[in-house]
Design a protein around this ligand. Structure first.
Ligand SMILES: Nc1ncnc2c1ncn2[C@@H]1O[C@H](COP(=O)(O)OP(=O)(O)O)[C@@H](O)[C@H]1O
Ligand SMILES: [Mg+2]
Length: 467
């Protein structure tokens, strides 16, 4: 027994600076090569920064570090943060629970709660805590000897938050871990690999070298958008974006919107807007994008459905969202050219029959812009409108590879009349080999104008319900 206690004490001592051994022996995990290197680094160094494509195991690595620090330090504090509630509470926090449960010993010592993990015997003084990166105060007030800050999806965290963290990194056992996709070309995360790299141990991990990311994922994005495209750089290779030549919307703006929390607007006069891009051919997708104010609520996609089924789905999604968010009125914008025209007609028919409070607005991409001086057609104007909202930084988009890719690879040019003109769908499809349907549906969800249902307008006798 004495020998065992002695041995255990030796092990414990070793774990203080050897998290890799802790992860293998106590959590029963098998770190990938880069994870092992990063574990070794955090064992002895104060700051590490890891950039990579999707799914290489960053969040798992952070979760291991949380357990390690809790287990090997007296009275540790571990503030963890991420740009969105989803990333923090639905991804990082459950990952910590997943690994803690792997060890009966840790499971007994620590209690996992929704926003905290505490030492059962000393919950007030020995804990990890989840704090959203919405305001610097959330990260304030930690001045401990054993302090570990964890920043997941670090590109999306504002510099103000980092300033607060910086102020607390004063003791010899204060550490900082930054992990994320390199989505933004400025800020603390970017600088950790360049100007400030002497302060950090750094690592780049490409999905192509990561055993746990399927080859199919990387190859699909590379084949479609090219090795040089920003979407492949950021989401596969772990490289910072460099902005596509002639691209209308830089990926950086899109990624920022995908890492932003926006509340759904409960304001009585903000209604539900739905954009729908209807599939034309066998392999194209029908896309439905609902949004309320600045928040896009989801992205629904399906293929190979007849138009009646598509109408049914579109109405069900719209009615469901109106109910869920207590919105008495909705607008559906449909790309009315081609096959979409049939959907517009059928939707209007059902809406009239059932007396629904939904306006179906028929949109024509090639139609005239409201501002004819600057935009060659309606669709260009709408894309530019969406770009402006992304620049203003007030909208939140769902995480989606294809949406990010389509938004950031559409080109534009200036015509002989000095108007901006968006690359037409045909040229885009020739270049990328797929329809920009997800982006188009999103643009429709944010669009202004189009033809309102004449039937509905007549019925209302000029009374404007909404808009
Ligand atoms: N070494 C590992 N052993 C087992 N599972 C792992 C390992 N590394 C990561 N995972 C799992 O792989 C999935 C993706 O990893 P994650 O950490 O979420 O990637 P990232 O944060 O880089 O996108 C998660 O379910 C995670 O638990
Ligand atoms: Mg992650």
């Amino acid at each position: 027994m004495a020998a065992n206690v002695e041995e255990f004490a030796q092990q414990m001592k070793r774990y203080i600076t050897d998290p890799a051994a802790f992860v293998v022996n106590v959590l029963d995990a098998h770190p990938d090569k880069w994870q092992e290197e990063a574990l070794q680094a955090i064992g002895t160094k104060p700051r590490i920064s890891v950039r990579s494509g999707h799914g290489v195991g960053k969040t798992a690595f952070e979760a291991w570090c949380v357990s390690w620090f809790l287990f090997t330090r007296p009275y540790p504090k571990i503030p963890c943060t991420a740009p969105t509630q989803q990333q923090l509470f639905d991804i990082l926090w459950p990952e910590i629970s997943k690994w803690l449960k792997r060890s009966p010993l840790l499971d007994e010592l620590f209690e996992w709660q929704k926003t905290k993990v505490t030492m059962r015997a000393m919950p007030e003084r020995w804990f990890a805590t989840a704090r959203t990166a919405s305001k610097p105060e959330n990260m304030a007030g930690f001045h401990e000897e054993h302090l570990l800050f964890i920043c997941d999806e670090a590109s999306g965290i504002d510099d103000g938050i980092y300033e607060t963290i910086e102020g607390a990194l004063t003791t010899s056992d204060a550490k900082l871990i930054l992990c994320g996709n390199p989505t933004k070309n400025s800020g603390v995360f970017k600088r950790s690999f360049f100007e400030d790299r002497d302060l950090y141990w750094t690592k780049r991990v490409s999905c192509m070298d990561a055993a746990r990311v399927s080859d199919e994922y990387s190859q699909r994005l590379i084949k479609q958008y090219g090795m040089d495209s920003d979407v492949v750089r950021v989401r596969v290779l772990g490289e910072f974006p460099k902005a596509e030549p002639d691209g209308l919307i830089p990926l950086e703006l899109v990624e920022a919107a995908m890492m932003r929390d926006a509340e759904t607007d409960v304001d009585a006069d903000v209604m539900l807007d739905v954009g729908a891009d209807i599939a034309r051919f066998g392999d194209d997708e029908t896309i439905i994008v609902p949004r309320i104010g600045s928040k896009v609520l989801g992205l629904f996609h399906f293929t190979k459905q007849d138009l009646m089924t598509t109408c049914g789905k579109l109405l069900n999604i719209t009615k469901g969202m109106m109910k869920d968010y207590a919105k008495p009125f909705a607008t559906i914008r449909v790309d009315d050219d081609g096959v979409g025209g049939g959907v517009t007609d059928r939707l209007r028919e059902v809406i009239l029959q059932d007396g629904l409070n939904i306006d179906v607005v028929a949109c024509h991409n090639g139609g005239r812009a409201n501002d004819k001086e600057h935009y060659a057609n309606w669709v260009t104007e709408q894309w530019c409108g969406l770009k402006q909202r992304l620049v203003d930084g007030d909208i939140s988009l769902p995480q989606d590879d294809e949406l990010a890719a389509q938004l950031s690879t559409r080109k534009y040019s200036v015509n002989s009349r000095d108007q901006i003109i968006l690359e037409d769908k045909k040229s885009y499809k020739k270049r990328i080999h797929r329809s920009p349907d997800r982006a188009d549906a999103l643009v429709l969800a944010f669009a202004n104008g189009g033809e309102t249902d004449p039937g509905l307008a007549a019925l209302l006798g000029g009374v404007k319900l909404y808009g």
